[in-house]
Ligand binder design. Sequence first.
Ligand SMILES: [Zn+2]
Length: 169
Amino acid sequence: MIYPIVKFGDPVLEKPAETITSFDDELKKLVEDMFQSMYAAKGVGLAAPQIGISKRIAVVDITFKEEPEAKLVLVNPEIIRKEGRQRGTEGCLSLPEFREEVTRAQRVTVRAQDANGNLFEHTGEDLLARAFLHETDHLNGKLYISHISALKRDLIKRKIRKLAKAGEW
Ligand SMILES: [Zn+2]
């Protein structure tokens, strides 16, 4: 099932999501639906709050279907190590059409559970590191625009308010 993507303005995007405690068939179905929804939206990462579900789960595939082993399921993820710095442009499916330069760690290790509840650690660099940070932020109710200047953030919010008024958001 493909879920519509929740856009900025919906409070579900700005509250911490709930820890997952049961690794049942329902969770596996949700994981599958999240991958489908992410691919349908042409994204390389998706957090459950972005489909209106306030649970600590995210899916990532920075190769966009090119490499099956690049499909990652992060349940209850935590960033446990950050090294270096990278600057790069970042966007978000919940803020379509906007992109901003965001400084992030260059190399990041995430500790998470898979869909069966098994704990694992995964270290990523560059885009993958950025995806780990971006998606984990989502589960903490944080969007990438919290990492840009207040001036740029206000400008984006103002544009969104305008779009919303015109019924285009
Ligand atoms: Zn996002």
